[in-house]
Ligand binder design. Sequence first.
Ligand code: GDP
Ligand code: MN
Length: 376
Amino acid sequence: MKIHEYQAKELFATYGIPVDRSIVCRSVEDAVKAYSQLDSQKVIVKAQVHTGGRGKAGGVKLANGEVELRKHAAAILGMDIKGFIVDRILVGQAINIEKEYYVSYVVDRKSKSTILMLSKEGGMDIEEVARTSPEKIHRFVIDPSIGVPDYLAREAAFKLFDDIKQVRQAAVIFQKLYKLFVATDASLAEINPLVLTKEGDIMAIDAKMTFDDNALFRHPKIAALNEPTEEEKKEQNAKSKGFSYVNLGGEIGCMVNGAGLAMATMDMIKLYGGNPANFLDIGGSSNPTKVIEAMKLLLSDQNVKVVMINIFGGITRCDDVAKGLLEAFKQFKTDIPVVIRLTGTNEKEGRAMLQGSGLYVAETMGEATEKAVSLT
Ligand code: GDP
Ligand code: MN
């Protein structure tokens, strides 16, 4: 789960990590009020959206005076950044930046640990730095039983700073950020950029955190900050009905019993030159209400042109499945063509029952997939 910069900065502040003074605003009027409270001629106006690269997209602007502030606030509010519409901006005291750095803690699969990542190439896209000059990124593997002791924090800080005063300030920030990372079950805590100000102080002027969804039950205050996207809402809704659903953006809606078969179905669709609209595992039963719910879910996706149902009757009998499907399609009418592949126990009886129902019936996966792709 992601949170906004202003929310992450509140967490940073709670843990004593220095951040710039800033106020979140939902309107130009709010921004003007914030401006008077911040008591700074220059302020920075930043879009609050769940995506990075806001600066490049025009979502971060420096304003010198109230007139410019109004102009930038009006331009950024309502802006579309990578599909996210800006409904909040953060107005912050502008910082005189001497130099920008990159710092993050992230769960690293390769070392099976949390790692501390650092770079002098701050403010830039870190994936870009990793690609073009990987030697500029420093990594420290953190042993969870030891954490980040003083010597390690200082060793890390020396990778970025030469001045001992700055090293000490940075080391403390690294330790506090680690504490926050662990205490909140985060999967990422990133400061990009951490800045050295012209006055010689070190502070975070951007803050990004993501949390492990599986641990959210331990953090109700963080869980309350969740703002799911339309897609995520759909996936959560599906989950509450006992389905595993993931939207994939293609045009063939898939309804399958079993995760392995669902994966194989998507592979087959790709093999025949089509694109799956989703992954959907409806589990083992042939219950008509379940089929109706699943159909509603699939057809709520405007991209879906064909539905492909792939059922293997192992414990469930194919004639039972066919009965369930017939019952479901009696109650649920649609113009979207539906292809059904049904094999397993009592398959002949099952397929025979579906003949003449208007559904395309297939015996093999190849046959069903070919039909579904040709219907798109
Ligand atoms: P991101 O593009 O979404 O990562 O947004 P950031 O918050 O990291 O801002 C992008 C860039 O804007 C930073 O790398 C800085 O160069 C610049 N910036 C942000 N805040 C300030 C500020 O207070 N003063 C100045 N001069 N520049 C800032
Ligand atoms: Mn940033």
